[in-house]
Design a binder for this molecule. Structure first.
Ligand code: ZN
Length: 404
């Protein structure tokens, strides 16, 4: 009796944090969501490297205070497979340091996680996944920004050997591969000649093509070339944020589905809501204006201080787990249940922009609860939380084997 009461109290505490009003809470359904999270395969396709991975003395049995991802909370949330992002910045590319940085990050992840073989296992093929083993956290390496490839296929082969399983072709600026959604200057009007060749080679090596961050024209060039399904590791629907090229238009989502690919929805205000997206862009403009008008360097203390205060004083309208489910609904209505999943972008967005109810990797049950509430079947939820992405991964590897 007391145990049941305590359980209900605990559920209530969790639920009050996820913007459902009290009367809406269905405790039985929420328990079902928690139980499901422990049973089904959960794959999150975009998590940036947490700070603790750089700290050799970090105790992985503890919750990290400054990160949104760690082993303890991943297991609380039922996460099975985490794609960790080997990210290099536009600045590092301009200094010719991308490759050096990517190699350093790959070594850091491998060295630090290999110390805990009972907790983490870095894998390079879906064949290595034991879906019945819920104890271990499988880690897969993805690369965000293709700059470390430079314009050399031999670098692609190097990263293939290192275990990189997808490449997000660009970040905020166009690079040697193609144009970025966030860059107003379109250097190539799509893919460069090297980029076109790279797509074919990625097909051959079984490396998934990630279309998050790229421009629309780059996307339509890829569609013409790729023989394998493509992924968007962390992109939402432009339908909810008109004019925001970083999210995917309905036409693009339809093309992804036609190619049997998958769209992985991230958890951040500016991806999910039009009002938050508009304010985000406006805030960025205001901060930039101040920096320019005062002749400050972007990394100067004054600029950083202004930026921090400005965002504090001008917070974004908050997104919730309901918005994430709205994006999932939209894709399901547009192309069906087989082409949508989740790519949180944990550690990639600042804490104040993270979707409420999905603040860290212990919170996946909140999304499962919302999907149950919307009458998604268990089979459908399994697809969204991992099986759709797993299907794409398998197909990409099978196609690569056929091309050998
Ligand atoms: Zn990103």
């Amino acid at each position: 009796m007391l145990r049941n009461f305590m359980k209900k109290l605990l559920l209530l505490i969790i639920l009050t944090k996820i913007s459902f009003s009290q009367e809406d809470i269905n405790l039985e359904l929420y328990q079902k969501a928690i139980d499901l999270s422990k049973e089904i395969l959960i794959i999150d396709t975009h998590i940036d490297l947490p700070n603790w991975i750089f700290n050799e003395n970090f105790d992985v049995n503890l919750i990290s205070q400054e990160d949104q991802f760690d082993f303890v909370r991943a297991k609380q949330g039922g996460l099975n497979i985490a794609f960790l992002s080997i990210f290099t910045s536009v600045t590092q590319a301009s200094l010719g340091k991308s490759k050096e940085r990517a190699d350093f990050l790959i070594n850091t992840v491998k060295n630090n996680l290999s110390k805990f073989p009972d907790k983490f296992k870095i894998i390079t093929s879906f064949n290595e996944i034991d879906t019945t083993n819920k104890e271990i956290l499988y880690v897969v390496l993805g690369m965000e920004n293709g700059s470390p490839i430079e314009d050399k296929i031999e670098n692609l082969i190097h990263y293939h050997k290192e275990g990189i399983k997808y490449i997000t072709l660009t970040h905020y600026k166009s690079n040697l591969i193609g144009d970025s959604a966030n860059d107003s200057i379109k250097v190539w009007n799509g893919l460069s000649e090297f980029g076109k060749n790279l797509i074919k080679e990625m097909n051959r090596y079984g490396i998934m093509i990630d279309v998050s961050h790229i421009s629309d024209s780059t996307f339509f060039d890829i569609i013409e070339i790729t023989s394998a399904p493509i992924i968007a590791s962390h992109s939402a629907c432009r339908y909810f944020t008109p004019g925001f090229e970083r999210n995917l238009s309905d036409d693009i989502i339809k093309e992804i589905a036609k190619k049997r690919g998958v769209v992985q929805i991230p958890f951040a205000d500016f991806f999910l809501r039009e009002d938050a997206n508009k304010k985000f862009i406006q805030n960025e403009i205001e901060v930039e204006k101040f920096i320019k008008e005062n002749y400050l360097g972007h990394n100067s203390r004054a600029a950083e201080e202004f930026e921090l205060n400005y965002w504090k004083e001008n917070p974004l309208p908050k997104s919730s787990v309901i918005d994430v489910a709205n994006h999932i609904d939209h894709i399901v209505k547009l192309v069906g249940i087989d082409f949508v999943g989740i790519g949180s972008d944990f550690n990639g967005v600042r804490t104040e922009f993270i979707t409420s109810g999905l603040e860290d990797c212990s919170k996946y049950p909140n999304l499962i609860y919302e999907l149950l509430r919307r009458n998604y079947s268990v089979e459908d939820i399994k697809k969204i939380m991992g099986l759709n992405f797993l299907r794409v991964w398998k197909e990409v590897e099978e196609i690569a084997n056929g091309l050998k």
